[in-house]
Design a protein around this ligand. Structure first.
Ligand code: FE2
Ligand code: FE2
Length: 133
């Protein structure tokens, strides 16, 4: 398990909390496969995770656009930097199939990014959105 549910803070928008819970479930399953060095399962769950991350980020970006959140472009830039990191890790996985590299990424960059990003950008965006969306 990479995340306990309580490690990622709740924000004041139900849709965003749902997106985060979903992502935590998926990334925890993915992390299990990575730790088990189960290549087939890693391949399979990598696709699921990439799809989920895109859904998470683009849903937030759509909500920010609709509600004209003043810091939408900074928040989106944070997503874009993680989009790029995940793509690079996926390319490395396809080339070398080294689960240790993926594990280090999840336990390091990804985990700390997620905790800080939600605490900083998602929580502020959620306060702007309220629970109306
Ligand atoms: Fe988020
Ligand atoms: Fe976000």
């Amino acid at each position: 398990m990479l995340f306990k549910k309580t490690e990622v803070q709740q924000v004041s928008n139900a849709m965003m909390n749902m997106l985060h819970e979903e992502e935590i479930d998926i990334v925890n399953d993915f992390h299990d496969a990575v730790v088990a060095k189960d290549t087939k399962k890693i391949d399979e769950l990598f696709e699921v995770l990439l799809y989920d991350i895109e859904d998470h980020f683009s849903t937030e970006e759509d909500m920010m656009e609709e509600s004209q959140f003043y810091a939408a472009s900074i928040h989106k830039a944070e997503h874009d930097s993680m989009r790029k990191k995940v793509k690079d890790i996926e390319a490395g996985w396809k080339a070398n199939q080294d689960p240790k590299v993926v594990q280090n990424f999840l336990e390091g960059d990804f985990k700390s990014w997620m905790v800080l990003h939600v605490a900083r950008w998602d929580s502020e965006t959620a306060m702007h959105l309220g629970d109306s969306m």
